[in-house]
Design a protein around this ligand. Sequence first.
Ligand code: OSB
Ligand code: MG
Length: 369
Amino acid sequence: MRIERIELRLLHLPLVRYFETSFGRTVDRQFILVTVEDSGAVGIGECVADANPYYSAETTSTAWHIIAEFIAPIVLGRQFDHPREVFGALGPIRGHNMAKAAVEMAAWDLFARQQGQPLASVLGGTRTSIESGVSIGIQDSLDELVERVRVEREAGYRRVKIKIKPGWDVDAVARVREACGDVPLMVDANAAYTVKDATHLAALDRFGLMMVEQPLDYDDLRDHATLQRRLSTPICLDESIHSVRTAEDAIAIGACRIINIKPGRVGGHGPSIQVHDLAARHGVPVWHGGMLESGIGRAHNIHLSTLPNFTLPGDVAASRRYYAPDVIDPEIEVAPDGTIAVPTGPGIGVQVVADRVAAATRERLELEH
Ligand code: OSB
Ligand code: MG
């Protein structure tokens, strides 16, 4: 594989419904689509960085800059025998995993298409369908929250995650438990607490939650280990796991019992496979996180979720929860049993609708060898 051309597009898409986390409310999404080309064959990836640096330090602007000025010059014209070599080749660039992942994942799609294989097979995945869960944001009222949970359970989703923050936590979980019984439930704090809140967070233990995701700060492994010793509910780390090394450290010190894998956060499919394998060796289950992706990033996530240690339902849900229409057709759908079928065509196996992409494009850049 030799990438001769890279195209960047900045897209803006309105969300079907607002999405609120402890760091704020989102009503639309900006993201970069990366297309890589080798002798007429193409691969596509989606950069999960958003307009603001609230979930992570990266933004669409930093990712655009890093890809155009630093990643493209390394990748263009270079021979790669396998896409797992791409992340390593980007080693001289410190950080910027979302920018790296967008290009790396496009390279995996290109390679899989050149092999005439679904991406899942090339990644080493075995499943033909994946279990789907939903992430429900902070709502304007607890009644609305309960209503959202009901709607999503009726749609078949295998587990429900609700976002929490100080002032919207124990009461919210109690209301959902009261109204919806023993639905498989978890919470995600997006780093909204400190270890001083340990006693308060321990009040969540009585609800039988599957896990509490990223309760403490994004760079705070040690306090997560302290908190885990105080909680019977397993801690799952999201923001804190930005490399194979941090995953090793987190497991070694007992900072979590479960890991959320988002390829954008760790630098692409290659590093995601390494985190997945590491977790498997330690008996730590993983699940696939979501970043409000369009159908393109979503398709990548589905393929990665076919690896064997993705044993818990992920935040990989139907297109219609996010964008109407999505930029792919047919869109990603969830079956009544809460599963998503893995696309079987070459690469990510979904059809990108060129005129929808064009209509959402705000900027475009071509880079050539
Ligand atoms: O913490 O998992 C998160 C969305 C944006 C940024 C961070 C997170 C999320 C979600 C939504 O929880 C997952 C999804 O439905 O795509
Ligand atoms: Mg999270």
